[in-house]
Design a binder for this molecule. Structure first.
Ligand code: AMP
Ligand code: ZN
Length: 475
């Protein structure tokens, strides 16, 4: 079996990955707070852990991997958005959840097996908080419940800092009802304008951290394999998750391996809503940058390194992907099936080495070079790209229209002819002389391209017998 090595944030070393149960490899990743479009930085953990998910499925079998990623749909940022827009909270969270799923699908990310919403797990959170109070790890005060950080000796172990250091470095909220400034909120009171649930401590809502502890316990159990997220979550969020889970369920060890992606940056600063230096995934897609190109740019930088998004990188990525796709077109593999092929072993080896995606891409370049004179290597390139979540044109059979649109986009001559024909037709409508339009139309038919003309314009749709060599002389 392929040996996987992963950098564990907790031990600060790269370790050989041994699942607790190879029949059920379990991973939890902290997901988005749903009140707005995902910015490009939010997509980084999605793509990083999608690569890991694909690797685990490849090595252990798709049905032996369970991946859970939550949606935080109760949060003060959501309440604020509802108040300023006058819209209902449920409407905002449902809409943004769907946006997130659509945008991440455009980046080639598989949907996790479980996508729990925090508001669907309130009773489980309440039960966990009750257990923490019983065990003296938490206390109720003035409608709040707080976690007693000093009751968990290992607190700070993930980030390797002592509680005193953390107090000095963090902007902790000092409140009169707290025994200690480090104690964090498990439950807080809601007024009539805020979302709330009845609880033993009055009408209120959960603090942020408890949801991941309660949901990962419900879905994955008290011990599971991998926990991931951006490194901005390591403290306090992940320290707090560990403290809550280990105190509520001492029978388990919570997560074995902690993985954190570095931040996506703009001009050397973390891309974030609060800094206002962000653009959304949808902004890029709307500019015509394919999701696959965005994914390729992400994969070019190792997940533990900060990465800058630049237009130049996107252009380079697009050029490479088009070059590769043209190989599929040239070898006819858009329309016919390629020989069966396995993912290249060196690509698997690179990804198994702490997700060395840049190494895997370097290997794809080598395969491409060999594939220019070898059909089998074309198939290996296709299989390896698919493994990395790069949708290869040859595989886009789901939508024939999409496929032909892509083919038009990929074959520059076809694009030029389409533009030319549109112009010719416009002129012909005025002069009533359609002879030149008809000539091009029959030549295209001869080349296996269907010509669709409508009020909206001209669309060229290459069919199964499309032969690019017959386009010569038309443009
Ligand atoms: P949030 O909605 O801010 O809680 O973030 C959702 C996920 O995106 C978390 O895993 C964050 O760590 C991650 N994230 C936020 N900003 C960035 C960024 N600039 N680069 C990479 N990941 C980020
Ligand atoms: Zn979390």
């Amino acid at each position: 079996m392929t040996e996987i090595k992963l950098h564990n944030s907790r031990s600060r070393t790269k370790e050989v990955f041994t699942p607790l149960d190879p029949e059920n490899v379990r991973m939890y990743v902290c997901g988005p707070t749903v009140y707005d479009r995902a910015h490009l930085g939010n997509a980084r953990p999605v793509v990083v852990f999608d690569v890991l998910y694909r690797l685990l499925r490849h090595v252990y079998g798709a049905e032996r991997v369970t991946y859970a990623r939550n949606f935080t749909d109760v949060d003060d940022k959501i309440n604020a958005r509802a108040a300023e827009s006058g819209r209902a909270i449920g409407e905002i969270t449902a809409e943004t959840t769907q946006w997130f799923l659509d945008d991440m699908a455009a980046l080639g990310a598989l949907e996790p097996d479980h996508m729990p919403r925090a508001t669907a797990y309130i009773p489980q959170m309440i039960a966990m908080i009750e257990g923490l109070i019983e065990g003296d790890h938490a206390y109720a005060a003035e409608g709040h419940v707080l976690f007693r950080v000093r009751s968990y000796k290992a607190y700070g172990g993930l980030s390797g800092r002592s509680v005193d250091d953390m107090i000095a470095g963090a902007r902790v909220e000092v409140a009169p009802f707290k025994e200690d400034p480090m104690d964090f909120v498990l439950w807080k009171p809601s007024d009539a304008t805020q979302p709330g649930w009845d609880s033993p401590w009055g009408y209120g809502r959960p603090g942020w951290h408890i949801e991941c502890s309660a949901m990962s316990y419900e879905i994955l159990g008290p011990s599971f394999d991998i926990h991931g997220g951006g490194n901005d979550l390591m403290f306090p969020h992940h320290e707090n998750e560990i403290a809550q889970s280990c105190c509520a369920h001492p029978e388990g060890q919570f997560a074995q391996v902690w993985m954190h992606n570095e931040m996506l940056q703009v001009e050397g600063k973390k891309m974030s809503k609060s800094l206002g230096n962000f653009f959304t995934v949808r902004d890029l897609l709307d500019q015509g940058i394919p999701g696959e190109v965005i994914r390729f740019v992400f994969l070019s930088t190792h997940y533990r390194k900060p990465m800058d998004w630049t237009e130049r990188k996107a252009q380079e990525a697009e050029k490479t992907l088009r070059k590769w796709d043209q190989l599929f077109v040239a070898t006819g593999s858009v329309m016919k099936n390629l020989p069966d092929a396995e993912v290249d072993p060196q690509v698997i080896a690179a990804i198994s080495d702490d997700l060395n995606t840049a190494g895997a891409i370097a290997r794809l370049h080598e395969i491409y070079a060999a594939a220019r004179s070898d059909d089998q290597q074309v198939a290996v390139l296709k299989a390896s790209m698919e493994f990395l979540g790069l949708g290869v044109q040859a595989n886009r059979s789901a939508s024939a229209n999409f496929q032909s649109a892509m083919t038009v986009a990929l074959i520059p001559e076809l694009q030029t002819i389409e533009t030319l024909l549109r112009e010719m037709r416009r002129k012909a409508m005025a002069s009533k002389d359609f002879s030149e339009v008809d000539r091009i139309k029959s030549a295209l038919l001869e080349a296996g391209v269907e010509v669709r003309m409508s009020k909206e314009g001209v669309e060229l749709v290459p069919g199964p017998n499309f032969d690019p060599s017959q386009l010569e002389g038309l443009s």
